[in-house]
Design a protein around this ligand. Structure first.
Ligand code: ZN
Length: 98
């Protein structure tokens, strides 16, 4: 999902209906934009990757539980690589235990 495109679409829609562009809508757009700006930094994701991978291997619900980490992994090749390495290691070790 491309949030910027959605915001732009909402904006351009409302440009044709200026009278509807009230404070509620402006506030809504501001929230959407601030969410985008406050993306999780790599440092923070890095500290959560262990937990995320364990969760993913164990219960397969990591993306549901930690959607911000999932989103970051989709966007950031470096963190994604780290995630895949860890996942690989953890899957191997968990198989060895069984
Ligand atoms: Zn990252």
């Amino acid at each position: 999902m491309n949030l910027r495109a959605i915001i732009q679409k909402i904006r351009s829609n409302f440009n044709h209906h200026e009278e509807l562009l009230n404070q509620t809508v402006l506030g809504f757009l501001r929230v959407l934009e601030s969410v985008r700006e406050e993306e999780v930094p790599c440092d923070e994701v890095y500290t959560k990757i262990d937990e995320y991978v364990e969760r993913e291997v164990d219960k397969k619900d990591a993306a549901k539980l930690m959607p911000l980490v999932r989103e970051h992994l989709d966007l950031c090749p470096e963190c994604c690589e780290e995630y895949e390495d860890l996942l690989d290691i953890l899957e191997k070790t968990s198989k060895d235990q069984k």
